[in-house]
Design a protein. Structure first.
Ligand code: ADP
Ligand code: MG
Length: 267
């Protein structure tokens, strides 16, 4: 059964989309079956996966509003080797339409039941806000990956996000937890970056991924070619960092399963 992970941070420009696309490609490169769903009306993850958002026939909008199933809306011929449910401006309307639909927080969860067994990982890219789309993502995920830049205000933002995750956890989804905090666009030459990074590790401990994503121009260039960095320049530091992140994630998932089995055996 797929592990659903949502990539979120209410701040824009922190590397959510870059993480979603490159993690999807890296997991696929290690033979995992991956579905990526773009939940941002800007459609950056869609374009960055080599899909023209303007010519999408079916998108996340159709899935959320029950006009298409996840299996119908997914695209399977994508350069990165993962499947994609894309997004474009239509998704802005979904936010409003969802309000009047029954079980509006669980539309995505219900839609994904049908394809859960076909994937190892389902990754959700989110807009930089907390709206009903993000709530749908959080309500169906088992974990949240929080990309953040190590700068002064980042810590403030993260405590608000942790509060939101706790609320969703209590009200909508008892499974939800922080899967990992990911330091992105990392530049170790800056002392502020190092300070914030140390604070983060002091506070969140092993919830912070050991893998750090460096600032790397290939990661910024790749989307304009409609490719993940791994397909654009596979030996770039950016591509290698996301491969390392995929490895860390897979190990954590395996450890989680072992711990679960041990708990079950002890019970
Ligand atoms: P978000 O989805 O959180 O808004 P993006 O992933 O779109 O953030 O990243 C914002 C900008 O920074 C994009 O132009 C992206 O190409 C660039 N970028 C993201 N991560 C890196 C990185 N590690 N090194 C260099 N540029 C990056
Ligand atoms: Mg984005």
């Amino acid at each position: 059964m797929a592990k659903i992970l949502t990539i979120t941070n209410q701040k824009g420009g922190v590397g959510k989309t870059t993480t979603c696309v490159n993690l999807a490609a890296s997991l696929a490169a290690t033979k995992k079956r991956v579905l990526m769903i773009d939940l941002d009306p800007q459609g950056n993850a869609t374009m960055g996966s080599g899909i023209d958002k303007h010519t999408l026939k079916l998108s996340a909008y159709d899935v959320l509003t029950d006009q298409a199933s996840a299996a119908e809306a997914r695209l399977t011929e994508v350069p990165g080797g993962y499947h994609v449910i894309g997004a474009n401006g239509d998704l802005t309307a979904a936010e409003v339409e969802l309000l009047s639909l029954p079980r509006r927080e669980f539309r995505l969860k219900m839609a994904l039941l049908e394809v859960m067994d076909e994937y190892d990982y389902i990754l959700l890219d989110n807009p930089p806000s907390l709206n009903l789309l993000t709530v749908n993502a959080l309500a169906c995920s088992s974990g949240v990956i929080i990309p953040m830049q190590c700068e002064y205000y980042a810590l403030e933002g993260i405590s608000a996000l942790v509060g939101t995750i706790n609320k969703i956890n209590q009200r909508l989804n008892p499974e939800l937890k922080i899967e990992g905090i990911l330091r992105t666009m990392f530049d170790p030459r800056m002392s502020l970056t190092r300070d914030v990074s140390n604070h983060l590790v002091d506070y969140f401990g092993d919830q912070v991924y050991r893998t750090v994503i460096p600032r790397n121009v290939r990661l910024a260039e790749a989307p304009s070619h409609g490719l993940p960095a791994l397909m654009y320049d596979k030996s770039s530091r950016g591509a290698l960092a996301y491969l390392a992140l995929a490895g860390e994630l897979i190990r954590k998932t395996a450890q989680g399963k072992v711990a679960q089995a041990a708990d079950a055996a002890a019970a």
